[in-house]
Design a protein. Structure first.
Length: 287
């Protein structure tokens, strides 16, 4: 069994203690979760459910009000662990413009390793490697401001990769992108996880993206309410809808076909899976 890389142990967090004399609700409420090395986890939940708070707590940007966040054995509450934790867990946020700091792509990707005091020759290797991983090497001398949204987001991801974290948390990285940009970013993320073995925690509002994960967790009202495979999570569409979330269109179509008596022998989450199931059904009926 893979080792745990991040552990949330009965974690609670509140952004402000008071606002106009009122105590604000907890952003995370007695939250517990184990994330294993090499996993690809999708995180779902309506706005305000605690997803972004989870991301910030996971690499020490926020510190729990109660409970503990343990990153590879290091408690985020210990100030001495801060740099080591941020080297283990990198975070990519929704708007890449907020993370791009240089006027040349390769200089931007080098920014993180330079701040870690890495030798310049090794930084050169890391930058080239990271840009190749996200498919942006040929743009290394371009100005980030002239790139598309999807390209900028891949540059932001490359900047985190160049720091060589063992885990990357992405907080709705495709929310501002068009469909082509979303595909590009998603392919880069899957490559990180499947080919390189980086642990991925992927926060998204797009159910089709969540279907790509190994495991899906669903948050609601600052708590963890579901933790299972994509098929198990999306199997009961009524439960997902009750949590204010959508269901992948292919899963809805498969469910409607099942309700009409067309047995597909399994839950189809992707278009390819649905086409394959229908093809197999037709072949079976023709034989």
């Amino acid at each position: 069994m893979a080792e745990k890389i991040i552990e949330f142990k009965n974690v609670s967090y509140r952004y402000n203690t008071e606002e106009e004399g009122k105590v604000l609700p907890l952003a995370l409420d007695n939250f517990s979760l184990d994330i294993s090395e090499g996993e690809f986890i999708a995180v779902l939940g309506r706005n305000g459910s605690g997803k972004s708070t989870l991301a910030k707590l996971a690499n020490g940007l926020l510190i729990p009000e109660s409970g503990d966040v343990i990153v590879d054995g290091l408690n985020t509450k210990d100030d001495e662990n801060d740099i080591a934790i941020k080297q283990i867990v990198g975070v990519v946020f929704q708007n890449p413009d907020n993370q791009i700091v240089a006027t040349v792509v390769e200089e931007d990707v080098a920014f993180g390793p330079e701040n870690l005091g890495i030798d310049p020759l090794e930084i050169r290797e890391r930058v080239d490697e990271a840009l190749n991983i996200v498919g942006m090497y040929k743009y290394r001398l371009h100005e980030p401001s002239k790139l598309s949204g999807g390209q900028k987001q891949r540059i932001a991801i490359a900047g985190i990769i160049a720091m060589r974290p063992r885990c990357i948390i992405l907080d709705e990285p495709t929310a501002m992108l068009d469909p082509e940009g979303r595909r590009d970013v998603m392919n880069a993320i899957k490559n990180l996880n499947k080919k390189i073995g980086i642990t991925v925690v992927y926060i998204t509002h797009y159910m089709e993206e969540a279907c790509e994960a190994d495991r899906v967790i669903v948050m609601d009202k600052s708590k963890l309410v579901m933790d299972a495979s994509p098929r198990e999570v999306f199997y009961d569409s009524s439960k997902i809808k009750a949590l204010g979330l959508d269901v992948p269109q292919t899963a809805l179509l498969a469910e409607k076909l099942e309700n009409e008596g067309i047995n597909l022998n399994g839950d189809s989450l992707s278009v390819d899976e649905l086409v394959s199931s229908l093809d197999n059904l037709l072949k079976a009926r023709l034989d």
